[in-house]
Write a protein that binds this ligand. Structure first.
Ligand SMILES: [Zn+2]
Length: 396
């Protein structure tokens, strides 16, 4: 069965100028044709959406479906696993309903997310496509006590190798490592300070790459970013202090290492809409606001590939509100077209899924369609999409 979808415009996700009008032809779970006008085969169904813009389903490269944007996540530490799983399913549902057809979860709890993915595969629930890291591989650190079940602490290269292999054995598609301390950790864990040694990071990268898995490195401070880049990770998460060493940004651009800036996470902590976040965490975020902006502008100027990620689940950073990140990217100087590319084609490449994030023949038919023109107002994407297809199946 073929389906021809037409609208006023189509943005393919590559960064190319939009087609006006636009059309995409779906067959089964794939896209078979894209153009301003597409001649449908006989008996094709049609969906004509006047006033709308067709986009690839959006991709968020950095979420934690296990958690939900509470000011203080520890309030939920003692909840039973069944309740946590049901909440996780609801977070995934909201994300899909917001037009995000793929998310990379870079730190779950107790591997519950692998069960979530199985439930989606068995059509018990609907979720976006899930690219999963399992537990975060980290040195022994105070942060692990803040997030029970989210960390696999490992010290020394061989323990790190074992930790990586455990995640892959559990079903991980990507390995998340901590290259520096975190903001959402006790006060004495410092985001500016490097954590894993270069040897430990190299061990993680070698073990992951040998098994065909990419590596995402959480890194705020420049020493940790530099070590992660030297070790050959695939994405730098946050990258807050990258602006302190433009040569490292240039190395990222040259080697094709992506930056996932997670601008929204810091904004929601530093300028929280409501009280409840522990004071020392707010202080850590406020200290880094300017760094975040300087780094984003440097990465743009140096041609670092920027992939969209929200860190959804940090305080007030709720699942389903992911598209707010694109508006912050545009406010910091990125074009709307580039912000959409960062959340589609570039995001797909960053997470090792080049079968999504682009409207082109042969790609999976993950498509989101909004009323209006998001190039005129990127905030349109924060409204519920009119139609969403996941692998050719209409889910909204
Ligand atoms: Zn995160």
């Amino acid at each position: 069965m073929s389906l021809l979808v037409t609208a006023d415009a189509l943005i393919d996700g590559s960064g190319a100028a939009p087609l006006r009008p636009g059309a995409v032809l779906l067959q089964g779970d794939r896209i078979v044709a894209v153009g301003a006008h597409v001649a449908p085969p006989p008996n094709a169904e049609r969906l004509d959406l006047a006033g709308a813009t067709i986009l690839p389903g959006l991709i968020d490269c950095h979420v934690h479906l296990s958690d939900e944007g509470l000011p203080d996540a520890s309030a939920r530490d003692r909840d039973p696993p069944a309740l946590r799983v049901l909440r996780m399913a609801e977070h995934a549902r909201r994300t899909l309903a917001a037009g995000f057809t793929t998310v990379r979860d870079v730190g779950g709890r107790d591997h519950l997310e692998f069960g979530l993915r199985r439930a989606a595969a068995e059509q018990v629930i609907q979720t976006p496509r899930l690219v999963l890291a399992g537990k975060i591989v980290s040195m022994t650190t105070p942060g692990a006590s803040s997030w029970p079940g989210m960390y696999r602490q490992a010290d020394g290269p061989w323990d790190v190798v074992k930790a990586v292999r455990e995640q892959v054995a559990a079903g991980a598609d990507v390995i998340k490592v901590m290259a520096t301390g975190a903001v959402l950790a006790p006060a004495h864990e410092r985001p500016g300070v490097a954590q894993f040694t270069t040897d430990e990071l190299r061990a993680a990268v070698d073990a992951a790459h040998a098994l065909g898995r990419r590596v995402a490195a959480h890194a705020h401070g420049i020493d940790g970013i530099r070590r992660a880049v030297e070790a050959g990770v695939d994405t730098i998460e946050h990258g807050t202090h990258l602006h302190e060493a433009p040569a490292v940004a240039r190395a990222m651009a040259t080697r094709g290492i992506f930056l996932v800036p997670t601008l929204k996470a810091l904004a929601n902590i530093a300028d929280a809409p409501a009280p409840g976040i522990p004071d020392e965490i707010v202080a850590k975020a406020r200290e880094r606001r300017t760094d975040r902006d300087l780094t984003f502008r440097l990465a743009l100027a140096e041609g670092v590939a920027i992939a969209m990620g929200t860190d959804a689940a940090t305080p007030f950073n709720r699942h389903g509100e992911n598209a707010q990140e694109l508006a912050i990217m545009v406010d910091l100087g990125m074009s709307a077209l580039s912000a959409i590319a960062a959340a589609t084609c570039i995001a797909g490449r960053a997470i090792g899924r080049d079968d999504v994030g682009l409207l082109a023949p042969g790609k999976l038919a993950d498509i989101a369609i909004w009323d209006g023109d998001p190039l005129a107002d990127i905030r349109l994407l924060q409204r519920p999409p009119r139609v969403v297809f996941l692998g050719g199946m209409r889910v909204v």
